[in-house]
Design a protein around this ligand. Structure first.
Ligand SMILES: [Fe+2]
Length: 283
């Protein structure tokens, strides 16, 4: 197994392994690489949904998928992300990953890691961008670090509660889906969280899910949040992944935000399988 750094911001690629036949020893090396590099791209994997599930489960319990009708038949924990169409119907979730976010920060137990397997890449576009929230936190001005040290962000899943995002017009059921989600409770998490495995501090906000600051008026909260949102995606914190066929990419939602860059148009199709490892309550 070889591990090579991908970018100055973060990220590593791993070659020379087959995830279908993984010793405990090699698995520990992958876990180490994941914690060190925050985003890992494991190249040249030939995986069925069952293989992806088995690998994902080694990291812990998996999340159920909110978009249940877009999961792989008989695999409710494997979500299909796709712009492909069969018999006039979408085969997967089409607007997954738009706007910068950390997966499941709106849940009572936000995600530890997300695992995406490239089933089919488009001919053009389809990159995923990742931003390093350890580096972003460390680079904040001292006054901002002090200002936000004890503040808590409000995280909401429904796009209809968030003035900074829009519902994709490409998604036929989008408005109804996000309308139903409005009743789900918001979650309150520290703006600065401590990584439970490494002890490092990380900036835990995102424009997709963080809609306010607990106990603070909207104008004051917006000033802080808009400054953090602009800061956290500065180019020096961002690694842009250009997918290769048979890539399996895994990232740490506790220390990374990400977004889908788009840039592909049907009939150029892109299909990914997604599994999500559950995590701890942020502190
Ligand atoms: Fe995501």
């Amino acid at each position: 197994m070889e591990v090579r750094t991908l970018d100055a911001a973060m990220g590593a690629e791993i070659t020379g392994i087959d995830l279908r036949a993984l010793s405990d020893d090699t698995f520990e090396k992958i876990r180490d690489a994941f914690l060190t590099h925050q985003v890992i791209a494991i190249r040249d994997q030939v995986l069925s949904p069952a293989d992806q599930l088995a690998f994902s489960r080694r990291f812990g319990a998996l999340e159920d998928q909110l978009n249940a009708h877009y999961t792989v038949p008989d695999f409710p924990e494997v979500l299909v992300l796709s712009n492909d169409v069969k018999d006039g119907k979408p085969v997967g979730l089409i607007d997954g990953g738009d706007f910068w976010h950390s997966d499941s920060s709106h849940r009572p137990f936000p995600s530890m890691a997300t695992i995406l397997y490239a089933v089919k890449n488009p001919n053009e576009g389809g990159d995923t961008e990742f931003a390093n929230m350890h580096a972003a936190y460390e680079a904040l001005p001292a006054a901002m670090k002090t200002r936000i040290a004890t503040l808590k962000g409000i995280h909401a899943v429904s796009k209809l509660k968030n003035k900074r995002v829009t519902v994709s017009p490409r998604r036929p059921d989008g408005k109804d889906f996000y309308e139903r989600q409005k009743s789900l409770p918001d979650q309150i998490w520290p703006l600065v969280r401590t990584h439970p495995a490494t002890g490092r501090k990380t900036l835990y906000v995102s424009p997709r899910f963080t809609i306010g600051i607990e106990g603070m008026g909207e104008d004051e909260a917006d000033t802080i949040l808009d400054a953090l949102f602009a800061h956290q995606i500065r180019p020096e914190f961002v690694y842009r992944h250009r997918w290769r066929d048979r890539d399996l990419v895994m990232w740490d939602n506790r220390s990374v935000i990400h977004q889908a860059a788009g840039g592909y148009v049907y009939p150029d199709t892109r299909t990914m399988y997604r599994t999500v490892v559950a995590g701890d309550r942020p502190f």
